[in-house]
Design a binder for this molecule. Structure first.
Ligand SMILES: Cc1cc2nc3c(=O)[nH]c(=O)nc-3n(C[C@H](O)[C@H](O)[C@H](O)COP(=O)(O)O)c2cc1C
Length: 203
């Protein structure tokens, strides 16, 4: 199933075709593809080149580790993420290593890394579905995450499966339209909430 964005302006094909499916195939992700996806994350920009992102990865070829990760998701996400062959947790380091000061942009930099990851995944024919619905305290405990680090999201990664493998309610959501706010609600100039004229003139 494809759900390419209906864009108003031409964009990179991997941004256009990326979407967040729930019907994952249980086909394993080839190790070189998994490494390429993580390598893409590694090369994101970050403040002071701190690289505050960390990733915990569980693959289905290690069933015990996979089950451990799966049970750290919220139940709603476990319903479909159980079929994905790879689960990832994203974590930030909250302080700069060079001076121990709080890193105000660590979440931003993790977002850049995950954007790279999703782009690379799309390029390789894979899908990544990010999840805020995870059990933060449990993840900290299970993986013994130190104080200075914060768990942020989960990601299910893999190939697309078949929509019919999903429970009916999730099939409906899978088929739902992909919607975005118009640029005019997002891009301002001069003062807050005043749409930039170049946006207004080119809806
Ligand atoms: C940080 C973050 C958290 C999300 N949490 C969940 C989640 O817990 N469960 C879920 O099914 N989808 C989750 N999503 C997926 C979003 O619902 C999805 O990205 C959004 O609806 C846009 O759809 P698209 O990614 O297909 O363009 C999350 C996405 C992001 C970026």
């Amino acid at each position: 199933m494809k759900k390419a964005a209906e864009t108003q302006h031409a964009i990179h094909p991997s941004i256009k075709s990326r979407w967040s499916p729930r019907a994952f195939s249980n086909k394993q992700v080839e190790p070189e593809k998994l490494l390429a996806v993580l390598e893409a994350a590694r090369w994101a920009a970050s403040a002071m080149n701190e690289q505050p992102w960390r990733f915990i990865v569980a693959t289905k070829d290690n069933p015990a580790e996979f089950e451990q990760a799966l049970h750290c998701l919220n139940e709603g996400n476990q319903r479909w993420a159980k079929d994905a062959p790879v689960l990832i947790f994203t974590i930030i380091k909250k302080t700069f290593t060079r001076n121990d000061r709080p890193n105000r942009v660590a979440l931003h930099d993790l977002g850049l890394a995950v954007a790279n990851l999703t782009m690379q995944a799309t390029e390789l024919g894979l899908h990544a579905h990010q999840m805020g619905g995870i059990q933060f305290d449990k993840i900290r405990e299970v993986y013994q995450i130190p104080e200075d680090y914060e768990v942020v999201t989960g990601i299910a990664l893999g190939y697309y499966g078949n929509i019919e493998q999903l429970p009916e309610d999730l099939q409906e959501r899978e088929k739902g339209p992909r919607l975005r706010k118009p640029l005019s609600e997002l891009i301002f100039a001069g003062t807050w909430a005043k749409p930039a004229s170049f946006v207004n003139n080119n809806p």
